[in-house]
Design a protein around this ligand. Structure first.
Ligand code: ADP
Ligand code: MG
Length: 342
């Protein structure tokens, strides 16, 4: 990726004293599936065709701030990867989290530490974990359609905020959508802005970004990326959350890519048993090959499927209250924003 497409300045103070002076670190690595899964989990994943991956250059751990006793999640990012200096990528991730501070559905950045070899992003702790877990769960633990409607609505509000601020996430998948609590089911927090870009800054798309199952056809074809690229991922997410199946996953990477470029999706009654027609219609408005034809975040929020829930829910926590303030700060630029790819 052209470094000029990254935001190079942050407002957050980069603290240089040892992280351990202020935090006690939990032992368990968050979001690490491999090695922690039981044979039953593996079977379920196999059956449901959803894979999970662990980021390669980051380790995320729960930690407790010594002075307040509050829990946070600390993301440790190596500054050198494969012999290359990646500090600018991390600074970009920090800058986007700062920009999204007023969205209640984007994880909150608390503070940042920097050593000679790594940067530590201390974030709000999303105790409910990844929505991935419910996507591959047994029927009794899986999301109901009503749950999915509420969660997709929140995801869309988060994405609308990003898009209005000219940011594309580019890695929306069940491992990057977390919950504030699991039981009772809490609210959404979007995480992992490691691939995110400011739309007006991207000059070239030289590599295939994202996780194969969730990337849009234009990414595979090296065509312009736009806010619509995220909307494709919303279609895939909705499909997975409702059915527990990943719509494009094939036995090989090649097969997955072919399924995506041919938009080979199974909308059969078998897969969508007990799920409303409006839900299928919603997904169909997003899984369209031509990015210009895909529904935008704002349009999705007005889709009858989402309004089939009664009144909008009252905002629950402090961060949610910031939302209204944030809405005012967001520029009202809801047109699809297209990146320049050469
Ligand atoms: P990577 O670039 O390695 O994918 P992520 O930011 O997605 O990094 O973090 C990896 C995993 O760590 C996530 O999928 C999630 O399971 C967990 N995680 C990340 N941030 C938090 C958080 N704020 N609260 C709880 N868990 C988190
Ligand atoms: Mg991730």
């Amino acid at each position: 990726m052209d470094p000029r497409s990254l935001i190079s300045h942050t407002q957050t103070l980069l603290r240089t004293e040892p992280f351990s002076d202020h935090y006690r670190l939990g032992v368990k690595e968050l979001g690490r599936h491999v090695g922690l899964r039981t044979p039953r989990d593996l079977l379920l994943e196999d059956r449901c065709c959803v894979t999970s991956s662990r980021g390669k250059f980051a380790v995320v751990r729960r930690c407790v701030e010594l002075i307040t006793g509050k829990e946070y999640a600390a993301k440790f990012l190596r500054k050198r990867r494969k012999g290359e200096d990646c500090r600018t990528d991390i600074v970009n991730e920090i800058a986007i989290l700062e920009m999204a501070h007023f969205s209640p559905y984007v994880v909150d950045l608390h503070e940042v530490y920097e050593t000679s070899s790594e940067m530590v992003l201390v974030m709000e702790y999303a105790a409910g974990g990844e929505i991935f877990n419910q996507c591959v769960a047994d029927q009794d633990e899986a999301f109901t359609e009503k749950d999915v409607i509420r969660l997709i609505d929140q995801i869309l509000q988060g994405i609308l905020y990003l898009h209005r601020n000219n940011v594309v996430h580019l890695d929306l998948k069940p491992q990057n959508i977390l919950l504030t609590s699991c039981n009772p089911l809490g609210d959404i927090r979007i995480v992992d802005f490691g691939l995110s870009r400011q739309v007006d800054r991207i000059k070239e798309v030289r590599e295939i970004l994202g996780t194969p199952e969730y990337v849009a056809p234009e990414v595979l074809n090296y065509e312009p990326i736009s806010t619509a690229t995220d909307m494709w991922s919303v279609g895939v997410l909705t499909y997975v959350m409702l059915t527990g199946e990943s719509p494009f996953l094939g036995d090989t990477k090649q097969e997955t890519f072919l399924n995506i470029s041919q938009v080979n999706v199974d909308y059969s009654q078998e897969v969508f048993a007990g799920i409303s027609e409006q839900a299928v219609d919603f997904i169909k408005s997003l899984l369209l090959k031509n990015p210009r034809e895909r529904a935008r975040a704002e349009q999705c929020l007005k889709h009858p499927w989402l309004s089939s829930l009664t009144e909008p829910e009252p905002l629950k926590d402090d961060k949610a209250l910031k939302k209204n303030e944030g809405d005012l700060k967001a520029s009202d630029n809801t047109e699809e924003i297209v990146l320049l790819a050469s």
